[in-house]
Ligand binder design. Sequence first.
Ligand SMILES: [Zn+2]
Length: 194
Amino acid sequence: MCWHDTDPNRWKQEQTIASQLVDDFDAGIDGERTAFIRGTLGVFSEHGHLYESAKLRIEYPQNFPARNQPPSVFLESHRDCWKNSGDSHIESDWRLCLFVPGESGINFADPASLNDLFAVIHTFLFKQRIYQKRLAKTLITGCVAKWPGADRSHGEKGVREAIQAMGGVGRNNPCPCGSGLKYKKCHMRKFERR
Ligand SMILES: [Zn+2]
């Protein structure tokens, strides 16, 4: 049984929130029984000027929202013009590296948490747009493009930084990476192997 079978009200609520925040809203269950939401999100300036429209696909873990595992967010547009390498915080499969989940402060047990996730996505895309422009300039000027803002490093290094900032994690506490596993079964092992 997947979470959308056992908690259809929550699944309905996720769709309601998303349908209010994106254009071209679409949702469903794919062949692997993964619940997904798709839509187009406008990236606006603080003055309400529309910069870009980004097509997104949000995929939910099978036992959502247990253990505070976050949904995955994939960028479906911009693949022809944005780069998903280096410091871009976009994985090779176009999954957005939005935050270190244990640090995000989002409680996915809260039925309104998708609003918080969308706020994070919006800020991320705003920064991504700046970063991608810098990347494009790099080709001309040779200056190294820098990710705007003092965020965590990309990938594993970012998880390590977050754990250091927290002053460590208890062995039996949830891993800050958002895997839903205990720390001792997840990144504690990965770090010890080095
Ligand atoms: Zn982990």
